[in-house]
Design a protein around this ligand. Structure first.
Ligand SMILES: *Cc1c(COP(=O)(O)O)cnc(C)c1O
Length: 454
């Protein structure tokens, strides 16, 4: 189909996510038609280096033969069968593989051992929230009805997930619809809400968290966080020790810890899961985005054995988890995920990361010197560059200036595909990216910041 018609129909029929459609309708959109490795091709034949992993989902590059073949192989067997009252092979094997991966070095009683399937990050979080709530109900703790989350947190866009979200711009308008939740300050050191500096603060934000837990203990179901990097809130990288401290507080007050590793999972932070950096085991973990290398919608919520056990009982005890989706445990998606896991071993994906992480660090330190760069933050292969109007006062650019978008548009002209978060330039390339392409990615970002801010 010709480009003109496609654009006409897109504008006529599609409502794009997170998009002010008034502007969309005035602009010319990019239509992607093909991809290879870390590159995307648009309908005019222009190739872009993919600096944001196809919105944080791609790990091993596009068009991986192994995953293509796994999905095609599964297509020759069955594309859909339900987990409601039945099983299928790929979902069984994948659950076993994920549990093994999550618990490589853990004692059995600590292990995350039961996998609940769904199809996106938001539903993985909804499931975690419902399980956590019902866990206490089943345990006879009927008064627990509140989650604790962090400011600047992002857990997805369904109502439950928005209830524990802390990004004003996205979440404010829905407040009247939301469930009970309490927000603790984020460990956002560059803009510390307590007005302190790290490390002299001695992680004072953990004391705020403790205050909340102590005051509301009777009602708190769980603390839900994005461990180590609060991605959508602006690539907020936590200071070392916060996650470990948070785990200790959850243990001290006997509340559950839910780790939303939808974005950080599958190697992004340099380890398979972000929690590993601080030796923390959550009670519930949510995974999605990278799980199928972006091939198919799939998510899992994995819980500890003791949580699962609290749902066992006679029918009339009403302990059953009444939740499920039409595409739960979809065999095509699970076969893509299995092939993607295999590539981690075959490519030595994690083993190959350290030099790339170092290169990113070196290049980011150059970017940090630029006039309007307030902060650069990095954890593994995730980075954010926060642009500010005034470095001294940390004053932001006026929202209307759309400074992040202007840098991203310049990068697109230079053949690099990015998507900012407000004034923060997000850098999250596929882990498979070569040293040469990574260097180019960061050089282009640097040049575009210079060009736009002049
Ligand atoms: C993207 C994201 C979600 C939501 O996932 P969707 O698949 O977009 O619903 C949830 N939590 C985190 C941390 C995310 O980054």
């Amino acid at each position: 189909m010709d480009k003109k018609t496609l654009i006409e129909w897109d504008k006529k029929y599609i409502w794009h996510p997170f998009t002010q459609m008034k502007y969309w309708l005035e602009d010319e959109p990019t239509i992607f038609v093909e991809a290879q490795d870390c590159f995307l091709k648009d309908i005019d034949g222009r190739w872009y280096l993919d600096g944001v992993s196809s919105l944080w989902v791609n790990i091993h590059g596009h068009r991986r033969k192994e995953i293509d073949e796994a999905v095609c192989g599964q297509l020759d067997k069955v594309a859909h069968s339900t987990l409601l009252g039945a099983c299928n092979e790929p979902s069984i094997v994948l659950a076993k593989r994920l549990v093994d991966l999550l618990n490589e070095k853990l004692p059995a009683e600590e292990s995350l051992s039961k996998v609940f399937y769904s199809d996106n990050g938001s539903t993985a979080v909804e499931i975690a929230m419902k399980i956590a709530y019902q866990y206490w109900q089943n345990m006879g703790m009927k008064e627990k009805d509140t989650f604790v989350s962090l400011k600047e947190g992002y857990h997805g866009d369904t109502i439950g997930a928005v209830s524990v979200g802390g990004v004003e711009l996205f979440h404010e308008v829905y407040k009247p619809l939301l469930n009970k939740s309490i927000q603790a300050p984020a460990p956002y050191c560059y803009r510390c809400s307590l007005g302190l500096n790290h490390p002299s603060c001695d992680l004072a934000c953990l004391n705020e968290m403790e205050k909340i837990l102590k005051e509301s203990l009777q009602r708190v179901i769980a603390v839900i966080v994005e461990p180590l990097v609060q991605c959508a809130g602006g690539i907020i990288v936590w200071p070392e020790g916060y996650l470990r401290g948070l785990r200790a507080l959850c243990d001290k007050y006997g509340v559950l810890l839910i780790a939303d590793e939808v974005a950080t999972g599958f190697g992004r932070t340099g380890r398979m899961f972000a929690c590993e950096h601080e030796g923390v085991i959550p009670d519930i973990i949510c995974l999605s985005k990278g799980i199928t290398n972006g091939y198919m919608p799939l998510a899992v919520t994995v819980v500890k054995e003791r949580i699962f056990n609290a749902f066992l009982g006679e029918l009339n005890e009403r302990k059953t988890f009444y939740h499920g989706h039409s595409y739960t445990g979809n065999p095509l998606a699970c076969s893509a995920a299995l092939a993607s896991l295999d590539i981690f071993y075959k490519d030595q994906t994690l083993e190959n990361l350290p030099p790339k992480i170092e290169l990113m660090k070196d290049k980011l330190s150059e970017i940090a010197e630029l006039k309007n760069v307030g902060d650069v933050r990095q954890k593994g292969m995730i980075a954010g560059v926060e642009l500010v109007k005034n470095r001294k006062t940390k004053e932001s650019f006026p929202y209307e200036e759309q400074i992040g978008w202007r840098v991203v548009k310049a990068a697109r002209k230079a053949g690099v595909w990015l998507r900012p978060l407000g004034d923060i330039i997000v850098i999250m390339p596929p882990l498979v990216i070569s040293m040469e392409n990574l260097e180019r990615l960061l050089d282009v970002i640097k040049e575009c910041i210079i060009e736009v801010i002049k």
